[in-house]
Design a protein around this ligand. Structure first.
Ligand code: OAD
Length: 250
């Protein structure tokens, strides 16, 4: 029993699509128990102020608070498991030859589900880097200091995520734009589509004539522009899409 009937025209597009790009956001991990950012009541930004926790200025002002907030989120991520949405996307990568997954998520659940080449636009909470040098650090002395210090320069360590007021990773961002401009089918899944530059990607795809499909239980900033809107949880709809793809013997 399908949760949403896939429109026949979308099935046609699925059959004929050669280059597929998927953009994911926090909603894809919601069914793994991880909070989104902007959902009323449950979203992180309804409880916490990003200016106090997710900017370089916040870190300079109170590095302990920021480190501990990310330690709390790192624990949530470590305890979470990939859900059927992550698993379906990992399978799609295997069966669609030209398939690219771009994510705003920092939880690495796509990789844990088996996605081999996820493009991370906002970094990865499981990695740590030096605040001063920007270099990735994998081991450091546990002296009890919070945050711990960089073993190379003595600077403070921070999570390797993109904060507000920071630049996006250049190579990943350029690649995501290039792929979006050259795809013929683009999925925007579990994102409110309001944080730029990631939110530009579906518009880039639309401008070049690609079909844009949104999967989300709620309407978003993109809904009006999308060619197809599949309303519902990604963990239900993506396995159905995958089953449809398999039926074609792709
Ligand atoms: P948001 O919290 O803004 O949006 C999450 C979206 O997921 C909403 O549109 C929900 O309706 C949808 N959603 C909830 N449950 C879902 C489900 N089961 N299946 C599908 N969709 C579901 O999160 P993002 O759009 O990812 O950046 O936020 C973008 C960026 O803003 C984040 O990467 C983060 C944040 O500030 C930084 O921290 C730099």
């Amino acid at each position: 029993m399908l949760y949403v009937a896939l429109p026949p025209k979308l099935i046609e597009r699925l059959k004929s699509a050669r280059r597929v790009v998927v953009l994911t956001g926090a909603g894809v991990s919601a069914e793994s128990g991880l909070p989104t950012f902007r959902d009323a009541q449950t979203g992180l930004w309804s409880k916490f102020n990003p200016e106090e926790l997710a900017t370089p200025r916040a870190f300079r002002r109170n590095p302990r608070l920021v480190w501990e907030w990310y330690a709390y989120r790192r624990k949530l991520v470590a305890d979470a498991k990939p859900n059927p949405a992550h698993l379906a996307l990992a399978d799609m990568e295997k069966i669609i030859p030209d398939f690219h997954l771009v994510t705003q998520n920092i939880d690495a659940l796509h990789q844990r589900a088996g996605s081999q080449k996820a493009i991370e636009l906002h970094g990865n909470i499981t990695r740590t880097k030096c605040f001063d040098e920007g270099t990735i650090v994998t081991t450091w002395d546990d002296t009890g200091e919070v945050p711990p210090k960089c073993p190379n320069c003595g600077g403070l360590l921070r999570p390797d995520v993109v904060w507000f007021e920071e630049a996006m990773p250049e190579a990943e961002t350029a690649l995501a734009f290039r792929l979006s401009a050259n795809c013929d089918l683009f999925f925007s899944i579990g994102t409110s589509a309001v944080v730029y530059p990631a939110a530009s990607l579906p518009h880039e795809a639309l401008a070049r004539g690609a079909t844009v499909v949104e999967i989300n239980p709620e309407s978003t900033a993109l809904t009006q522009k999308a060619d197809f809107v599949l309303t519902g949880p990604a963990g239900v709809i993506l396995p159905e899409l995958l089953a449809t793809l398999r039926m074609f013997g792709t």
